[in-house]
Design a binder for this molecule. Structure first.
Ligand code: FES
Ligand SMILES: [Fe+2]
Length: 410
């Protein structure tokens, strides 16, 4: 079950009209199983390296209910640890972000200090002080043998910090495979940095957000997209490509931004990106890289409950941007993707409505994923591909989720 697929597989419910059962979005038991079988097992994209620019900068977050701290070391390398004290299991770093050079009230500068009994740890996760160690533990305990649990962590794909709670996770390069090839030049030619962050906590299931990022049929909801894309040349030629392990990409087209009253074309771009181009990479189980000409948006999801998800939105440009270029990228980004933009909030309203209609305890119903259009833009291949991977990892069929599949049947 845990081995990686070499070929993409599309989910097929066996019906001419593929669907999933709404209980995959609403059932508490399914949600708890997803945390164990997917979120605790897999590589996840988290913060951007530019959010921790200086040595000893840190960020804390919670992944699959587990507290994590990400720290840039004095050697400039970024590492991730479980943010849990090996002594008696207390949470150690309690701020969302900061720099370890600021001492905690009970500890020394440059260290992470657990407030409970003041054990201290350095940026490499090593325990550097245990108060009254000899008196209490005699020779039975050495601080040299104690450390925070390091997590697999890599900075990759445009400078994002990827990590996993699974010590035995496969190499990141195997997990993402060729899914980033479409965006490699844009992301990895020169350093990027973040200029925008906001988050939304929505009473809906995390997969419904990813579904929305994985289909374009809902462009009917976005007037901005209808005017600048759907009515323009090349829209229906955009192709979905499915990759192993549940990822997929969407090919580019030239967006006519000026077709929306008040909007302008986007002369700024990324290395290798066609002028006014638009590319997407959707990553299992819940992240999306989306470049629209001058700005990159990266969505990451944190499932909180079957009907509650935190979605974090980051906007990025090139680190070398001049102040004028940066201001332009921010304007372009916020025009559609800011909290008051012309597109993003509509998607959030879409999944909020789904969350209301499919909240825990509602009647099971069929949710169609049935559009086939030669893998082009209104084909729902992206969602079907996602649910093939979901089935493989969960050992359950998305259209019949209350029954466990036997491995042989899978
Ligand atoms: S729980 Fe951390 S020092 Fe005791
Ligand atoms: Fe949308």
């Amino acid at each position: 079950m845990s081995e990686l697929r070499k070929e993409p597989v599309l989910y097929d419910s066996g019906q001419s009209m593929p669907y999933v059962d709404s209980r995959i979005y609403s059932d508490e038991g399914i949600f708890a199983e997803e945390i164990e079988k997917i979120w605790k097992k897999i590589w996840l994209v988290t913060v951007h390296e530019s959010e921790l620019p200086e040595p000893l900068d840190f960020r804390t977050l919670t992944i699959a209910r587990e507290p994590v701290v990400i720290v840039r070391g004095t050697d400039n390398k970024i590492r991730a640890f479980r943010n849990v004290c090996p002594h008696r299991g207390n949470l150690i770093v309690r701020k969302p972000a900061g720099n370890l050079s600021v001492a905690e009230p009970s500890g020394n500068a440059n260290y992470m200090t657990c407030m409970f009994h003041a054990w201290q740890y350095d940026c490499f996760g090593r325990c550097v002080d245990i108060p009254r160690m000899k008196q209490g533990y005699q020779d039975r305990l050495r601080k040299e043998d104690i450390s925070l649990e390091a997590l697999p962590c890599e900075v990759k794909h445009g400078g994002f910090v990827w990590l996993s709670l699974n010590k035995n996770v496969e190499p990141l390069a195997e997990f993402t495979g060729e899914a980033f090839d479409i965006m490699k030049v844009e992301l990895d030619t020169e350093p990027l940095d973040i200029f925008h962050y906001h988050k939304a906590i929505i009473p809906s299931n995390y997969k419904l957000w990813h579904d929305t990022n994985s289909e374009f049929y809902h462009d009917y909801m976005h007037y901005f997209n209808r005017a600048t894309s759907m009515m323009q040349k090349g829209y229906f030629e955009r192709q979905y490509t499915a990759f192993p392990n549940g990822h997929c990409t969407v090919g580019s087209m030239e967006v006519k931004y000026e077709a929306y009253q008040g909007a302008k074309e986007r002369p700024l771009s990324f290395p290798g990106m066609p002028r006014n181009g638009w590319k997407m990479v959707d990553l299992f189980p819940g992240a999306t890289y989306n470049i629209r000409g001058s700005s990159l948006r990266v969505d990451t999801t944190t499932p909180i409950g079957p009907n509650l998800v935190m979605i974090e939105f980051r906007g990025l440009g090139l680190k070398r941007d001049t102040p004028e270029e940066r201001a332009q990228r921010i304007r372009d980004h916020n025009t559609i993707w800011g909290p008051f933009g012309r597109n993003l909030h509509e998607d959030l309203l879409g999944i909020t409505g789904q969350g209301v209609a499919m909240r825990p305890g509602t009647e099971p119903r069929q949710v169609l994923h049935g559009r086939h259009e030669n893998n082009s833009i209104h084909d729902e291949i992206g969602m079907r591909h996602f649910y093939a991977e979901w089935q493989r990892r969960m050992g359950r069929s998305p259209s019949d989720p209350m029954r466990e599949l036997s491995l042989a049947a899978e």
